[in-house]
Ligand binder design. Structure first.
Ligand code: SAJ
Length: 423
């Protein structure tokens, strides 16, 4: 059977994208180097957590529209959705994109559409991707339609946002943008904007940088409020009553593979010009340390305290622990040999991490302090749950303002409202 679309990378973006095109009737082959993921998908199952995705993948695999493979296959269109991590020195690692391009290049034919969805540093399409296809003998101006169409979906809402969000399609030339835009319009209800590759690269990076900088402002406010003795959440709430103000939410840092990474792609190319972006990154990176200092303050009068760490994913209601500030806090705590640490996360499977996980009951048993680092929905009503009964002290430090406060003299709740009370 002819393959309409070959998607390289079966992760948080590639798999749902494949499933949505398959649902729309295209014959889709999803490619991944992870044999376990490939086998699971071919059984109609999935290896990631995302609402609605298990049912959709089951359906499109069962009706033969989606199958997974370890190797790319010839198709009329290709989407590259592989990770672009950062090196230790914060420079972008685009090797997966390069090898994906090199793997599909021998299979492509004149008239094919090739789309890079992975987030990439500015000029990658022109300086890296284009020459790869030229090396394989293509005239990229005429033979192929190559475009960057950055993914912009929010984990937890991927299936909705893939269809509803505006897409930016940046072609190597205007015709490539038009052809790639037509391809997306098969499934996207939102606006599909055509532009050049560099503008698309920068628009994507600035979206996440905007958010990172605004969260940094909220996190800096927490530190300022801590010094001044003022309730940071009240300040944010009241300031945000102004029609043109939207201070973001503070937290134990900024995680995930997007906000904590993408700004560095801009910094790498323009270090002199990106001062604000770098400062914001530094502020957000300092938050795990700030939280750890407050935790130390809370247990300073307890010998060998037991601390329950609740939530280790990079944000609430997902299972992703990549670049998680909670993990950084945890590592600091584990390094302190006088602390007894017990971790609970209702979204993370033990088989996916080397961190020893506990049930909520075990984590809280005999605990002197519980620290909430992720805003999972499961934690909202924590303060009324039976599992609290066996805590040694019912002291909570909620860095995400997820716990609903209770009127209970035994329970002491700290968050960024009253963090200045901790010394
Ligand atoms: N966070 C805060 N305060 C806030 C909002 C978020 O501390 O007010 C933290 C979260 O806890 C988390 C991090 O920021 O650690 C990132 O969370 P997020 O929900 O803001 O974003 P991601 O990384 O899950 O997804 C982002 C989205 N970008 C934007 O909203 C501009 C998504 O649309 C992108 O597709 C994704 O990055 C990506 O792949 O680039």
């Amino acid at each position: 059977m002819k393959t309409d679309l070959c998607v390289v990378g079966m992760g948080y973006i590639g798999l749902p994208t494949s499933a949505i095109f398959a649902k729309n009737g295209l014959n889709v082959v999803g490619v991944d180097i992870n044999e376990k993921a490939v086998n699971l998908i071919n059984e109609g199952k999935i290896h990631i957590e995302e609402p609605g995705l298990p049912d959709l993948v089951k359906k499109v695999v069962e009706n033969g529209k989606l199958r997974a493979s370890l190797k790319p296959v010839p198709a009329d269109a290709y989407i590259i959705a592989v990770p672009t991590p950062i090196h230790e020195d914060y420079s972008a690692d685009i090797n997966y994109v390069i090898s994906a391009c090199k793997n599909i290049a021998p299979l492509v034919k004149k008239g094919d559409v090739i789309i890079v969805e992975s987030t990439i540093p500015p000029r990658t399409m022109n300086d890296i991707v284009q020459p790869i296809f030229e090396e394989f003998g293509f005239n990229v101006e005429e033979d192929l339609y190559i475009a960057h169409c950055p993914e912009r979906v929010l984990p937890g809402r991927i299936l909705i946002e893939l269809i509803e969000n505006t897409r930016i399609v940046g072609g190597l030339n205007a015709l490539a943008a038009k052809k790639a835009a037509e391809f997306y319009k098969q499934v996207v209800n939102g606006e599909v904007i055509e532009t050049d590759a560099l503008t698309a690269e920068m628009a994507k990076l600035m979206e996440n940088t905007f958010r990172d900088v605004n969260i940094a402002l909220a996190n800096e406010l927490v530190k300022i409020s801590d010094k001044l003795g003022v309730n940071a959440y009240d300040v944010i709430q009241f300031a945000n009553k102004h029609p043109r103000v939207n201070i973001h939410m503070p937290g134990p840092g900024v995680g995930g593979h997007c906000l904590a990474v993408d700004p560095y792609f801009i910094v790498e190319k323009t270090p002199e010009e990106s001062q604000l972006i770098q400062t914001a990154r530094n502020i957000n990176n300092s938050m795990p340390g700030f939280v750890v200092e407050k935790i130390k303050g809370l247990v300073k009068n307890t010998d060998n305290p037991k601390i329950a760490v609740l939530g280790i994913t990079y944000k609430g209601n997902v299972d992703d622990i990549r670049e998680s500030p909670a993990i950084e806090v945890l590592h600091h705590l584990l390094a302190n040999k006088s602390f007894n640490i017990a971790v609970h996360d209702p979204h993370v499977l033990q088989e996916n991490t080397s961190i020893q996980l506990h049930s909520l009951e075990d984590a809280l048993k005999d605990a002197d302090l519980a620290v909430v680092l992720t805003d999972h929905g499961e934690f909202k009503n924590l303060l009324t749950q039976d599992e609290l009964a066996n805590m040694r002290s019912k002291i909570f430090f909620d860095t995400k303002k997820v716990l609903i406060p209770v009127e209970d003299a035994e329970v002491k709740l700290y968050n960024f409202n009253n963090v200045f009370e901790i010394n």
